[in-house]
Design a protein around this ligand. Structure first.
Ligand SMILES: Cc1cc2nc3c(=O)[nH]c(=O)nc-3n(C[C@H](O)[C@H](O)[C@H](O)COP(=O)(O)OP(=O)(O)OC[C@H]3O[C@@H](n4cnc5c(N)ncnc54)[C@H](O)[C@@H]3O)c2cc1C
Length: 410
């Protein structure tokens, strides 16, 4: 039986680990947090996920929240001026719904399931010595440590990185359900150029249904005001003030005052979008293979990271199974990563493109999507698969051709 060790019990590590134990592999996952610490800790993400990724969870039988979580079938985007007045907007229906399950709910359940299937969980904050130990006893050692520092063992790949500093200050908040928006439940992204964005959708948290919103603040801009925020109540008050000032239409959904789902339903931070080389070498010369956020970390603005993690886990799972009894060498690792990157470069570009002021062709597409429901539909479904709107969303000339053909067909 082949032995696989994975560092990190998050979206990617557990997905891959469960897939492998189901196939009879001897799998150990190293986690620096116990299920109790995860459940009792602060929120980690807003983890909006869409059908392609969710169907991979269904495939493994780990879609435990399919019937009891709030769903959203629509996506909406608006661009405002600095006063918050909407300049252009679109809305479209997704073919299949999206959902968001608080990782404090999801990961402990997946950890228990992994152990029930025969997987081994070891609680350790893995460092290089730990990796050396497990490299000796494993046929393959993977690192799925998300934003964890151990991921820095993978070299940054400058050819794939667009930014070298955080482009946003993130403020994530879980609140008790707000008034429903006009229209169907949706992932709604409100862009306020030069100031930042508000991303909202419903989710399932420890106490039940909630609304989750992330305020993405441009550093140095008027929403860069978090330095003195210390308590959960201050976080909530600052969030509510920013909503009312810069996203007045979404603020109309506040019924009385916003209420946190719990004092740990908040998170603040900054992410430098970073793509790393997928193969790390330990001092002994042993190879370590990175996956998901550990090697392809994007800003959460377009809600792609958990989806990427799930898709990466699936690609790696298939590649490990196909490898049979042959060694997991550097060539195999690079080929496996290349398959992932062939997809992941699209969500990476999809996200990076909205971290800078919107290019004219993007504005043209958003305006056209507001007039033409077919374009709104394609945009809505791009959350599920950012590659599906290539090349026209990513290239000014292709965008002109696409918009001309859509206008001619209308
Ligand atoms: C504010 C915010 C909002 C987000 N919203 C969305 C969204 O709406 N949709 C979406 O798709 N994505 C979103 N994401 C991104 C998403 O959460 C991540 O991309 C996803 O969780 C990555 O999965 P992963 O398995 O790579 O890492 P993680 O899920 O982060 O798991 C890594 C695990 O490894 C553990 N670990 C780290 N270092 C070590 C170590 N040395 N030893 C042992 N264990 C270790 C960590 O504790 C963690 O449990 C958001 C992220 C943030 C910050």
């Amino acid at each position: 039986m082949r032995r696989i060790t994975i560092v990190g019990a998050g979206q990617a590590g557990l997905h891959l680990g469960i897939g492998l134990v189901q196939q009879g592999y001897e799998v150990t996952i190293l986690s620096n947090r116990t299920p109790e610490q995860l459940r009792d800790g602060t929120v980690l993400s807003s983890q909006s996920m869409y059908d392609m990724a969710l169907s991979l969870e269904r495939e493994l039988g780990i879609d435990f929240w399919e019937d009891n979580s709030p769903k959203y079938r629509a996506a909406a985007m608006s661009i405002a001026n600095s006063a918050g007045e909407v300049m252009c907007e679109w809305e479209g229906l997704m073919d299949k719904p999206g959902q968001s399950i608080d990782q404090r709910v999801k990961m402990p359940v997946w950890m228990a399931h992994f152990e029930k299937l025969g997987g081994k969980l070891v609680y350790v904050d893995a460092d290089i010595d730990t990796l050396e130990d497990y490299a000796t006893s494993s046929d393959l050692l993977l690192v799925a440590s998300g934003k964890g520092a151990i991921g820095q063992m993978f070299e940054r790949d400058p050819s794939k990185c667009v930014f070298d500093k955080p482009m946003r200050i993130l403020a994530l908040t879980y609140v008790e359900p707000m008034k429903p928006r006009n229209g169907p439940p949706a992932i709604s992204i409100n862009i306020n150029p030069g100031i930042g964005e508000l991303v909202t959708f419903p989710g399932l948290t420890l106490s039940g249904e909630c609304d989750i919103f992330t305020i993405e603040c441009v550093p140095g801009g008027p929403m860069d005001c978090w330095d003195d925020v210390k308590t959960p109540q201050q976080h909530l008050e600052t969030s509510e003030r920013l909503l009312r000032e810069f996203f007045p239409r979404e603020a109309e959904r506040i019924d009385g005052n916003l209420k946190l789902t719990d004092d740990r339903g908040i998170l603040r931070g900054r992410i430098t979008p970073t793509i790393r080389k997928p193969i790390g070498k330990l001092p002994s010369g042993a190879l370590v293979f990175g996956l998901a956020d550990a090697i392809a970390l994007n800003d959460p603005l377009t809600g792609q990271g958990s989806n990427n993690a799930s898709k990466c886990a699936k690609i790696y799972l298939d590649s490990i199974l196909e490898r049979g009894g042959k060694p997991f060498d550097a060539e195999w690792m690079q080929q496996t990563f290349d398959v992932f990157w062939d997809y992941a470069r699209w969500p990476t570009q999809y996200t990076n493109q909205v971290l800078v002021p919107p290019q004219p062709h993007i504005l043209d597409i958003f305006k056209a999507a507001g007039r033409n429901p077919q374009i709104g539909y394609l945009m809505a479904n791009s959350f599920n698969d950012p590659k599906s709107i290539a090349p026209w969303y990513y290239d000014a000339t292709a965008a002109q051709d696409f918009l001309a053909s859509m206008a001619a067909a209308a």
